[in-house]
Design a protein around this ligand. Structure first.
Ligand code: GTR
Length: 391
């Protein structure tokens, strides 16, 4: 017997989703979908018709993405609080002040995150860019100097405080506090971004309507999921995030990382059902354009490198095009952007400048000369035939 997602009912929101495994077909029960799945198709087989229909479809998609790929996250919290550990000038960055907070949250406040803020001087409120890659070292002073000059706060944290980046990922971070959490490390990292937001929105210096999340590579996967699943995020900006990030599972360009490769090295980044699609990616009912589309109508920008073949920059354009249909449908095509630079796998000053230009345009109407809709792959056709429903 063949089932498809469209014949089954899925709970109304990801947060209220039924226990793991219920109501979702397994890999053998899923239909073959070559190319990017149609994000406008409801689980009951009908299609989104009006903008008012989209929130219901978005909820279905979010539940499916967490179920099949990343695993469901622990609940959102109401008890996040922070204690100031350090306050002073920031040595390496002219005109900046530096504050470090220890954030605690969760049952018995067992979970803690060190949040390192480099802030312009003055009252604000300032837009904030949250980056979770402090475990690789703080954002370079040269880059932070530019962030401050443009009037943004940089909020750095170490996502591996939420889940270590190795097979022992359940030993600390969210899992001792939530032993039943089914998500892999990428979703635990995303959840960490969201707890940073819980705290940041309590600060007068933070402009709550101008929150950006970013991260590089595996950190970009976490940032993407964080922005996709939290409507407080105004701009989601993964950098070179590749497989399980902005890349594509249905369009693997030569030399790009696929499900078999990523789960061989990093099975702990994903949820419990993802591995069942190794060798069966045609049955994977979603692709990453739908993760990007969860951000809509909030803004999304991905920065990619043409030489970073492992991260599938060509596939990322496919998922960008797919997500763009949703942005068009919602009447905000300018809120999604993609940017390609030359070179390889890195999160360098160029990438940050592109993000700042996009953010300045989005938040302050400062028109940028950059092309946020380039096509470096003019000979590659789209891998999907559907388009946004006519209204
Ligand atoms: C690679 C991994 C990629 C990417 C990268 C990184 O080894 O295969 O998916 O996340 O690491 O984080 O730099």
């Amino acid at each position: 017997m063949t089932f498809s997602l469209s014949t089954l009912s899925i709970a109304a929101s990801a947060a209220e989703a039924p226990p793991a495994g219920t109501n979702f077909p397994s890999v053998e029960q899923l239909p073959v979908i070559k190319g990017l799945p149609d994000p406008f198709l409801f689980n009951d087989g009908t299609r989104v018709k009006t903008r008012e229909d989209w929130p219901r479809r978005r909820t279905e998609l979010e539940a499916a993405i967490l179920h099949y790929e990343y695993g469901r996250m622990p609940p959102a919290l109401g008890n996040t609080a922070g204690v100031e550990l350090v306050a002073g000038n920031y040595k390496g960055v002219p005109g900046a002040q530096h504050k470090i907070f220890k954030i605690t949250c969760g049952p018995e406040r067992k979970i803690s995150i060190t949040l390192d803020l480099t802030m312009p001087k003055g009252k604000g409120p300032f837009p904030v860019i949250i980056c979770g890659d402090m475990g690789w070292g703080k954002v370079a002073d040269e880059i932070t100097t530019e962030i401050i000059k443009r009037g943004y706060i940089l909020a750095d944290f170490n996502r591996t405080e939420l889940a270590p980046d190795n097979k022992g990922y359940k030993d600390s971070g969210v899992y001792p506090a939530y032993p039943d959490a089914e998500c892999g490390a990428a979703a635990a990292w995303a959840w960490g971004f969201q707890r940073c937001i819980d705290f940041l929105v309590t600060l007068d210096a933070v402009d709550k309507d101008k929150i950006t999340v970013t991260g590089h590579s595996r950190g970009g996967k976490g940032a993407l999921l964080a922005g996709a699943t939290d409507t407080r995020v105004a701009l989601t900006a993964p950098n070179c995030s590749g497989c399980g990030g902005a890349g594509s599972f249905k369009f693997q360009a030569p030399k790009s990382e696929d499900i078999a490769a990523i789960t061989k090295n990093f099975p702990f980044w994903f949820g419990p059902r993802f591995m069942s699609f190794i060798g069966h990616i045609d049955q994977f009912p979603i692709d990453q354009h739908e993760v990007k589309a969860l951000c809509a109508p909030r803004a999304f920008l991905e920065t990619e490198a043409l030489g970073d073949l492992w991260a599938n920059p060509e596939g990322s354009r496919q998922t960008y095009l797919g997500a763009k249909e949703v942005y068009k449908f919602l009447g905000v095509p300018e809120k999604i952007g993609i940017y390609y630079r030359k070179g390889g796998h890195d999160h360098n000053a160029d990438d940050w400048n592109v993000l700042l230009d996009f953010a300045d345009q989005l938040f302050f109407g400062k028109k940028s000369d950059r092309n946020f809709d380039p096509n470096p792959f003019p000979d590659t056709p789209k891998t999907f035939e559907w388009t946004a429903p006519a209204q």
